[in-house]
Design a protein around this ligand. Structure first.
Ligand SMILES: Cc1cc2nc3c(=O)[nH]c(=O)nc-3n(C[C@H](O)[C@H](O)[C@H](O)COP(=O)(O)OP(=O)(O)OC[C@H]3O[C@@H](n4cnc5c(N)ncnc54)[C@H](O)[C@@H]3O)c2cc1C
Length: 416
């Protein structure tokens, strides 16, 4: 069987793979990108219909291509996918779609890797895994599959009409859970939302979007999550032109907030008594960003309009002061549970020495502990921005630089 060879193989053509290809191409590194679906498949088919980008168009993009249209708008997900497709075309990215990588292992006795794909074997000196920060839906094993309720992960949710009639329990109040819960409530459904620890930055403050504040306050540059905040999700939304997530407002509009989902017995979902604490934590995070923003304005003499009303939090709501500790699903008419509980990774196909004891990629800014294996697009790969559109572009540049530097070492021969 003939074996195709390539200098660098990139796996996945989401934003990470497209950015990687741009940097490799710019440096004339022969490479190939394999994608099992279509370019930006995640944005096309793994998000709900009404999703728009969480950040405004001027920010959530690659540095050298702007979105057409209003830079302050939040771009619909299909237009984000179109953007990456156009970007790949603009850079003549050598992307082969419809090809899945099923195995990667080191060649013995020489450099490089043997890559098994659904269309044959490829040998590559370097392999960049750009297979996404959010690979496999993760659902806590709480409610048995045969319970009398439909269960789905947020990545399978599309729109309210897809669900059977009845109330919906959304578990997880990060950006996905809270947006899905609000969409369902607006469509006329009774919605329960299970809220854990979260940050909820103001969508905008003193005339600037929070992505701007995170930029000027140096928060995008954070290299690691603050200790203890690994399970703290972030609740932001670009829906309806962008709004601050305000759980009290949602509750006042009829959403029933409950604490962290803990268990399921006899048809009842049970919740931790932590709702008020989780909301207080979210409020503290919200107010701390306002404080930092005000201090930045004062220190730099900026002329940004004051916004004292942003500090007024809504009145207490009954579901927070008298929280439910359990919901009997049938009695409450809950026909669907949507688990907005995040994702896990699956690297079972990558059989190399680049993982720690817990199976997590072992790397420094994407350069793994196995020479020639690189990761891109992971959350916190180099910092807070790494799994976001603009951040992955900079990480890809670093990885491409590393590949070039290694090539230069290998090409070196002493003059004498
Ligand atoms: C609901 C949601 C909303 C988000 N909104 C924003 C936002 O507004 N702004 C922002 O900056 N970020 C956002 N993100 C985060 C991030 O931008 C996206 O998750 C983005 O899709 C990640 O890009 P990626 O290229 O790293 O991974 P992916 O988009 O997941 O791309 C990985 C690609 O690899 C392919 N692949 C996987 N395994 C293989 C294999 N073995 N062989 C071949 N191909 C393979 C997949 O088909 C996929 O196309 C959002 C994430 C989610 C879940």
């Amino acid at each position: 069987m003939s074996v195709e060879t390539i200098h660098t193989l990139v796996i996945g053509a989401g934003q990470a793979g497209v950015a990687m290809s741009e940097h490799l191409g710019r440096n004339n590194v022969p490479h190939l990108v394999l994608e099992k679906g279509r370019i930006a498949e995640g944005w096309r088919s793994k998000r709900w219909d009404s999703l728009v980008a969480n950040g405004p168009a001027w920010h959530d993009r690659f540095p050298n291509l702007e979105f057409s249209g209003n830079p302050d708008a939040f771009v619909p997900k299909d237009e984000v996918a179109d953007y990456f497709e156009a970007y790949a075309k603009k850079h003549d990215a050598p992307i082969r779609c419809g090809v899945e990588v099923t195995g990667v292992e080191r060649l013995s006795g020489r450099s490089g890797f043997r890559v098994e794909t659904t269309s044959g074997i490829i040998e590559a000196l370097n392999v960049v895994s750009a297979t996404g920060p959010f690979q496999q839906p993760s659902i806590p094993p709480l409610v048995p599959a045969d319970a009398n309720v439909r269960q789905m992960h947020s990545s399978d949710y599309r729109n309210p009409a897809q669900l059977a009639d009845g109330a919906v329990m959304v578990v997880g109040a990060g950006s996905s859970g809270v947006q899905i819960a609000e969409e369902l409530m607006r469509s006329g459904r009774k919605v329960y939302l299970s809220v854990g620890a979260h940050d909820r930055p103001p969508r905008a403050y003193r005339g600037r979007d929070f992505v701007w504040w995170l930029g000027v306050l140096g928060k995008w540059d954070a290299q690691a999550q603050a200790p203890g905040s690994e399970h703290v999700t972030i609740a932001v939304s670009g829906a309806r032109g962008g709004e601050t997530i305000d759980f009290r407002r949602l509750a006042a509009q009829g959403m029933v907030l409950v604490g962290m989902t803990q268990g399921f017995t006899d048809g009842k979902l049970t919740f931790a008594p932590d709702l008020a604490r989780n909301l207080d934590r979210g409020d503290a995070n919200y107010l701390s960003l306002l404080d930092e923003a005000d201090a930045f304005v004062a220190a730099n003499g900026l002329d940004l309009p004051e916004e004292p009303e942003a500090r007024v939090l809504g009145p207490a709501v009954d579901c927070v002061t008298n929280p439910l500790t359990e919901v009997e699903l049938a009695e409450a008419g809950v026909t669907t549970i949507i688990w907005a509980t995040g994702f896990r990774s699956d690297y079972s196909w990558l059989k190399v020495n680049a993982f720690d004891e817990a199976g997590r990629p072992r790397h420094q800014r994407g350069v793994s502990s196995e020479k020639g294996i690189y990761f891109l697009g992971l959350p916190w790969l180099s910092g807070r921005g790494s799994s976001f559109i603009w951040g992955v572009w900079h990480d890809a540049k670093h990885v491409a630089d590393h590949i070039l530097i290694q090539d230069a070492y290998l090409a070196y021969t002493p003059q004498d």
